[in-house]
Design a protein. Structure first.
Length: 201
């Protein structure tokens, strides 16, 4: 009889602990995921600002038709990042310049420069500055900013790989998947011995 009561108390205690831990882990995961995305978006805005500053500086006071092309090419050569692609389009959607692709995605799928132009051109239509796109089996975050220098309008697209973000979140979820069962096991054993001592005659 006492053994049955101890087991029931232990199960109730472990179940309550499981609910609390799962709720805390879920809330923590959602908050961290939101913060990771917000930080990534903020980084995209900062990268765009720096890139456009370089374009503007390279164009100088020139009003020649090819001054924007020169400024974009100079900015692309100066701003090289493994996880980021810069692409600049004119108002008609023609590509002015685009930086090189990051190498880690080349290992997973064959990438061709022209294959990326069409998906990026599609994001120019949307009104939202931030968008999530799927390309070549991967997920990416896109930031779009329209600008005009020396009466030459264009649109900058900043493409960021979400590979590292997803990798971090997967590691976090796996950590919770290990920590929670171990914690419940320890708590269950502790609860059983506590109930045994409390209910011992």
């Amino acid at each position: 009889m006492l053994s049955s009561v101890r087991i029931r108390l232990t199960l109730w205690y472990t179940a309550a602990m499981a609910v609390i831990l799962i709720l805390l882990a879920s809330a923590t995961y959602l908050i961290i995921r939101q913060n990771v995305r917000a930080r990534g978006d903020a980084q995209a805005v900062e990268l765009a600002t720096t890139f456009l500053s370089t374009v503007n500086a390279e164009m100088g006071e020139s009003t020649k038709p090819d001054s924007l092309d020169y400024g974009v090419a100079a900015a692309i050569s100066e701003h090289r990042f493994r996880d980021v692609v810069f692409a600049v389009f004119d108002p008609e959607g023609h590509l002015i310049g685009m930086s090189e692709w990051f190498p880690e995605d080349r290992r997973h799928s064959e990438w061709k420069r022209d294959a990326l132009v069409a998906p990026l051109r599609e994001v120019l239509i949307a009104s939202e500055p931030f968008q999530s796109v799927h390309f070549a089996g991967r997920n990416y975050r896109v930031y779009v900013e329209r600008f005009s220098f020396s009466q030459q309008a264009a649109t900058l697209v900043v493409l960021q790989s979400l590979f590292h973000q997803h990798e971090f979140l997967e590691t976090l979820a796996e950590t919770f998947g290990v920590v929670i069962p171990v914690t419940l096991l320890i708590a269950g054993l502790g609860g059983y011995f506590l109930a045994r001592n409390s209910l011992s005659p």
